[in-house]
Design a protein around this ligand. Structure first.
Ligand SMILES: Nc1ncnc2c1ncn2[C@@H]1O[C@H](COP(=O)(O)OP(=O)(O)OP(=O)(O)O)[C@@H](O)[C@H]1O
Length: 281
């Protein structure tokens, strides 16, 4: 595992610094390996993955079931420690951080959106969105919460509770909550898995908008080629290894790659492919 003295810039970090002294990528994984289990019962979930997620880009991560997508997301977000390899988030080498430092980093620099919206039912929309800031002992800047709520189309609903909202609206709250602290990167794990097609499109459009206008880096795990087509790039995983990438993906090009990777084989017909916003433009 790559270890450098705290406060010192590693060679890899120097290579990724641009002229303004900032790293050009939000997250960089180098030779990341994750092995679960003990000697005679081991599963290699990630087998030497090297990739990066540039600032302001939207990447979808796809692959057959068990290919290592969630493990990749958890390693990149500092939720799980790889067995070996390096994860650099902005200029933080995660393997050098203790649990307290990781918790603070996740709170301050990372947003999460999950398939289950994970909202607190007793809190209003506004309270749910500001929760990460309040847990950190911060107060949101004046007007900031309203701006984020307007951005996700919930300006009129800030005093409602989650049970009074549709699934799509609840996911919008989760996205607002993920964006409130202006994180370096938002990790989304099947964010549209529980939503109908139209609502899913709205949510994907919001994520895309966040990467285009707010310069947010988005990394999204999905099984859905249509969802993946909203991203700038799709990374494919198979058996814990990178198995290619697609730029400017379309639902058809993604589905074709997935078919070659052996996905969809047992799942019956291919998913219905509907045009993305980008194609409709
Ligand atoms: N905590 C764990 N203990 C043991 N094995 C694990 C654990 N978590 C994941 N695995 C194994 O690691 C491999 C990769 O799992 P992972 O969940 O990352 O795949 P995935 O691509 O996200 O799958 P899916 O699409 O089905 O969610 C699988 O073989 C899985 O069984």
């Amino acid at each position: 595992m790559n270890r450098a003295a705290p406060g010192r810039t590693t060679k890899r970090q120097e290579e990724t610094l641009n002229s303004s002294g900032k790293t050009t990528d939000a997250v960089r994984l180098t030779d990341v390996r994750k092995v679960y289990g003990k000697r005679d019962n081991q599963v290699v979930a990630l087998d030497g993955v090297t990739t990066q997620f540039d600032r302001g880009t939207f990447t979808a991560v796809m692959g057959p079931s068990g290919s290592g997508k969630s493990t990749l997301l958890q390693a990149a977000a500092g939720l799980d420690q790889p067995t070996s390899g390096s994860v650099l988030l902005e200029d933080h080498e995660l393997s050098e951080m203790n649990e307290t430092e990781l918790t603070k980093l996740r709170r301050d620099r990372i947003g999460f959106v999950f398939q289950a919206f994970n909202l607190l039912p007793v809190l209003t929309v506004r309270q749910n969105v500001t929760l990460p800031l309040r847990l950190a002992g911060d107060k949101p800047a004046r007007g900031h919460v309203s701006k984020i709520l307007d951005q996700v189309g919930l300006g009129e609903r800030k005093h409602h509770r989650p049970s009074e909202l549709s699934g799509g609206q609840q996911q919008r709250v989760a996205i607002a909550r993920a964006l409130i602290s202006d994180p370096a990167v938002v990790f989304a794990d099947e964010p549209t898995g529980a939503l109908d097609t139209r609502t899913a499109r709205d949510i994907l459009g919001l994520l895309r908008h966040a990467s285009e206008t707010a310069g947010q880096t988005i990394v999204m795990v999905t099984h859905d080629p249509v969802a993946a087509s909203y991203a700038d790039r799709v990374l494919f995983l198979a058996d814990g290894r990178l198995a290619g990438a697609l730029s400017s993906p379309t639902p058809e090009s993604v589905a074709e790659r997935m078919t070659h990777l052996g996905a969809f084989v047992d799942d019956g017909p291919l998913p219905r492919l509907e045009p993305t916003r980008r194609e409709q433009r």
